[in-house]
Write a new protein. Structure first.
Length: 327
């Protein structure tokens, strides 16, 4: 399968790129990957995306963006890219369903939740350890759960969990939160929310399912065990760029380096969204970069086509041509 534009990832960056590339009649191919809709699809309510005064569900927002791209003939493929070759054009992508080639590539693979890296986390994954409150919150009805983190994601997802749980413990390594003031106000006002300050997770305890989380106070080194049936880590994200190591320039955090116009170190390869952004990480900034990447890809293809036509155009200036006005 060949496409002029292939987009890896279907979050706000990838879907916006698809809308713009499709409207340019490029019929982009979007590879949805492991998480269709991106991380925003796991968010219960999105209140800061322009155009939705009453908020919108993250999954609903992604679905609407996808339908908009489909309207202009964007194509979607449910598969996973396992290998890429960016050494020559067309670029080659190996997927679970076969080989795809592309004249241009837009990478919007996003970032994945950072894991705690403590004993019990892997063993109890999907047995009380979850990274998606929207997906799994209903399973913890009338139970006590812990959220680890102090940023927007921790409080936003934690407040969603209070719809179901009996008690919500927010474990944060500092004595103040990093979340937006409005989220802090809501959390402090919610009687179900209790804060465990200056503390980090040391171990998740359980036999077949989560029974408790061991927490260490970073000032006193005292370790306590908190009885909970669920643990939701929200301590940041890791860019999904391992596929491109050794081919694209990455920074020390693993994010793809661009030139400020979504262009990578390889001509014809563009990157947008959380895969490049370790500062803002917002749906609206990702969408903006998706727009830029699609426009850059369109201009790149147009310039190539113009150059090819110019090279193929026959020259009318020959040494033995008759002088003007003679026969």
């Amino acid at each position: 399968m060949h496409s002029k534009v292939v987009i890896i990832g279907s979050g706000p960056a990838g879907l916006t790129a698809a809308i713009y590339a499709a409207r340019a009649n490029l019929e982009p191919l979007v590879i949805r990957g492991l998480q269709p809709g991106g991380l925003i699809a796991t968010t219960s309510e999105v209140e800061n995306y322009p155009g939705f005064p009453d908020s919108v569900g993250g999954y609903e927002l992604s679905e609407m963006m996808e339908r908009q791209a489909e309207r202009f003939n964007a194509r979607f493929l449910n598969t996973i890219v396992t290998q890429v070759d960016l050494s020559q054009r067309p670029f080659t992508l190996i997927t679970d369903d076969g080989t795809i080639t592309a004249d241009t590539l837009i990478i919007s693979t996003g970032a994945s939740p950072r894991k705690l890296g403590v004993p019990g986390e892997e063993q109890l994954a999907n047995r009380g350890v979850s990274y998606c409150a929207t997906c799994d919150g209903a399973f913890f009805r009338n139970k006590a759960v812990a959220v680890v983190g102090g940023g927007n994601s921790a409080l936003d997802e934690g407040l969603f969990l209070t719809r179901f749980v009996s008690d919500l413990y927010v474990i944060h390594r500092r004595d103040s939160l990093r979340a937006d003031p409005i989220l802090q106000e809501r959390a402090f006002a919610n009687p179900k929310v209790k804060f465990i300050w200056n503390s980090v997770a040391e171990e998740i305890v359980g036999n077949g399912s989560v029974a408790a989380i061991r927490v260490r106070n970073v000032e006193t080194d005292e370790v306590t065990e908190l009885p909970v049936q669920g643990v939701f880590p929200y301590i940041g994200h890791v860019p999904n760029t391992s596929l491109f190591e050794g081919q694209l320039e990455l920074d020390e955090g693993g994010y793809i380096v661009t030139d400020g116009r979504t262009r990578t170190n390889i001509p014809g390869v563009f990157a947008a969204g959380d895969v490049t952004d370790h500062i803002y990480r917002q749906a609206i900034t990702a969408a903006g970069e998706g727009c830029q990447a699609a426009m850059e890809a369109t201009w790149y293809l147009d310039a190539e086509e113009h150059a090819a036509k110019k090279a193929a155009k026959p020259s009318h200036e020959h040494a033995d041509s008759p002088a003007l006005g003679t026969w």
